[in-house]
Design a protein around this ligand. Structure first.
Ligand code: FES
Length: 156
């Protein structure tokens, strides 16, 4: 008789990362072979202030179990007010996520500089662990085949 293999839930995490701070931190963490879960898919944006709440909602709609918004420390933003704007946008998206009935553990804002690769790795480890505790997103799989077809037709 073979041993039973239980498949542990592996959350899908989307991380929006600013080009100047968090993305290089993620890159350095990889180059430095720092251990963190491979559940995260990083989307690079020029500034965290560019992360519109609709991006986050779209990620959840497309099946993300958790979304990380990550950018520079406030005083380091290359576009002066972008990091502050990211905080304002995050507050809005927090409310929307709450209205959708999603657990607060599924959304996170972190300010990670380019020199903070260990912080990036730790944030990802912690976030994946938190999302594992709340399980699969109730929104995962809400997209129907007709949604896919509509979207494909818009792209033509
Ligand atoms: S450039 Fe990184 S948050 Fe604005």
């Amino acid at each position: 008789m073979g041993a039973e293999v239980s498949e542990e839930f592996e959350p899908k995490i989307v991380a929006f990362a600013c080009n100047w701070c968090s993305y290089p931190a993620a890159d350095s963490a990889g180059v430095g072979r720092m251990q963190y879960p491979s559940n995260v898919r990083v989307i690079r944006v020029m500034c965290a202030g560019r992360i519109n709440p609709s991006f986050v909602l779209k990620a959840f709609e497309l099946g993300a179990d958790g979304v990380l918004v990550s950018g520079c420390h406030i005083e380091d933003c290359h576009y002066l007010f972008g990091a502050r704007r990211a905080g304002d946008q995050y507050e809005k998206v927090e409310q929307l996520v709450h209205l959708l009935g999603l657990e607060k553990e599924r959304l996170r804002l972190e300010r990670i500089s380019a020199a903070e690769a260990p912080k990036w790795a730790q944030v990802i480890r912690d976030f994946v662990a938190d999302v594992k505790k709340v399980g699969r997103s109730p929104l995962a799989g809400i997209r129907s085949a007709s949604d896919e077809e509509k979207e494909a037709s818009w792209k033509q």
